[in-house]
Design a protein around this ligand. Structure first.
Ligand SMILES: [Zn+2]
Length: 84
């Protein structure tokens, strides 16, 4: 367990704009879903964020990320079962 990673997805919705967001009147719209183990995003957003940052490597990288996420998801599901 690390202090650096978050328990809740840190992905900010598409409506969020750091320059115009009304911080005083609105909560920061984090996704808030359970994160992938060791990451700061949920499965869905980890993929979205990762995909964005890997356009240079194209499809091959995408496939690798899909595989990685599938693997992480499986591990997390196993852990959840064990924790119950
Ligand atoms: Zn999320």
């Amino acid at each position: 367990m690390s202090d650096v990673t978050f328990k809740e997805c840190q992905y900010l919705g598409p409506e969020f704009d750091v320059r115009t967001w009304d911080y005083f009147n609105k909560p920061t719209p984090y996704c808030g879903h359970k994160t992938v183990e060791g990451k700061s995003y949920c499965h869905e957003h980890y993929y979205v964020v990762y995909k964005k940052g890997s356009t240079v490597n194209g499809r091959r990288k995408e496939k690798e990320v899909e595989k990685e996420i599938a693997e992480l998801k499986r591990q997390q599901e196993i852990e959840e079962i064990e924790n119950e």
